[in-house]
Design a protein around this ligand. Structure first.
Ligand SMILES: [Zn+2]
Length: 80
């Protein structure tokens, strides 16, 4: 059940894990929330910004991994 702000937000200044469930953000509930509250364009802009922010915080991570984590899943919206 979607409860709105369930606290599935990233630990932005720390490790970008979810504050609620401790998984790499965006966790599944966070993705659901983002999908529900953003259109396809907003979603990509939001996730690009998140990626750019996270890249300065996270340990060196392959770009492909970052892409998978932050952006690839957003295609779900377009694919329907
Ligand atoms: Zn979470």
């Amino acid at each position: 059940m979607r409860t709105g702000r369930a606290g599935h937000d990233p630990a932005r200044m720390l490790d970008w894990d979810c504050l609620a469930c401790d998984k790499p953000w965006p966790c599944d509930p966070a993705r659901e929330e983002l999908l529900a509250t953003h259109d396809a364009v907003q979603l990509r802009i939001t996730m690009w910004s998140a990626l750019e922010e996270a890249v300065h915080i996270l340990p060196p991570t392959p770009a492909s991994e970052l892409f998978e984590r932050f952006l690839r899943w957003t295609d779900r919206r377009v694919a329907g």
